[in-house]
Every structure is written in C-alpha cells, then in structure tokens.
Design a protein. Sequence first.
Length: 251
Amino acid sequence: MLKVKNLHAAIGGKEILKGIDLEIRDGETHAIMGPNGSGKSTLSAVLVGNPLYEVTAGEAWFNGKDLLTMKPEDRAREGIFLSFQYPVEIPGVSMTNFMRAAINAKREYQGLSSLNAAEFLKLMREKRKLVELDSRLANRSVNEGFSGGEKKRNEIFQMAMLEPTLAILDETDSGLDVDAMRIVAEGVNKMLTPQRSTIVITHYERLLEMIRPQVVHVLYKGRIVKTAGPELAKEIEMKGYDWIKSEVDEQ
C-alpha cells in the first residue's frame, strides 16, 4: 500500500526527515514512536502534502501511484486521511455540510454519483454510533466550542464517514482521558479491514494496548532507527527512549 524510500524533507531550510524507509502493506497497523522533535508529525505532514514542507530527496508510493506528485486534495481522494494532533475549528461551517461536501467530492473523483440527503443522513447516523458522537455535536460548526476530547472523537467520526484506505493518527491520544481514549480506539478498531491500514503516531503504550499494531517503529533524529513488534512499545514504556538514543549515538 505505502512504500517510502530514503525520504528527506525540510521546513524553512532546516532538514527534519533524513532518510525515512517505511513499507506498510494492506490491512496492517503500524505505530511510530519517538522523542519530541524526532520528525513524527513532519512525516505525517509530508505524506498528506502539507505545502510548508519541502521534500528534498526520496520517494513515496501509494497503491502504485507516485504520492509526491499528487496535490493534497488528490491524496485525500485517493484514500489518505490525517487525524490532526490539534484539530482546527471552522466557524460557520456545519459538520453536516462539511462532511457531505467532502464525501461527494471523493465520490466524484471515484466516478460515483453523489449521495442524496436521505442517503447521507442515514450514513451519518450509522457512523456516529461508532464513536458515540452526540447528535448535537454533529449538527454544530466543525469543532467550534468542542473540548479537546470531543474534537478527537469528531475526527474519528470524519474518518469513519470518509472510509480512507490509509488512516494516519497523529497523537490522537494527546489530551484524552481514559474513557475518551477507549472510545476513539474502539472506533478505529471497528474500521479495520484487510484492505485498510493505519499509522498510529503516539508517545504512549496505553493507546497501543487498545489499537494493537503489528509493527512498532522508533523515529529519532529524522530516521527510523528501530523496528520490532508490539513488545517494543512495552519496552519503551518501561525504559523510555534513552537506551535507544545511546545505541544510535554510539553507531
């Protein structure tokens, strides 16, 4: 599904990613962990085409297509979704209108007919249940006046509506209490299929106990320096990152 080779990227002339190699197959869940400033959020931003970042070298292929040549909106229509670490508010734009426009734009790109009002509202009711999203929140402006937990839950609802092929969750657990984290994780798990893959970017093993990735990567100084199974997250939870930093810095 996703193949990244020797990816380098910079912002404001400062190189952040220094040679990322990553391969994710259909149906896999990968976790990316690492200390602050290691490049985790930069990687997610580059994959979705954030124009603030400049790709200076490397390749990224998504389902056989050259990802780096696509506009950000086409990457979304191809099936890539990013759950932001800090979701933005969009005053004056209702969730209903926002989601209907997004879904029908994707359907048009795929050569499908638009959903009519009845079809859309039925879909919205079904997906709202996945993340226990209050109907009153769904009828308000996008994220306006939402708590941090409500914003994160709302993003997972958006993900459920759009049904992406690759979902990137950038520190979705940040600021969530245990109950909200459980609801978000359950929503993600309910959407897992053999054709859908997920990248979970997190600092904490607690979320990974709920989502359960097959592969865990550690990103440090702009490179993936360690890859293993879910036991790696448990080891980081117990020992922190210093032992990994020491191994890398000694090389």
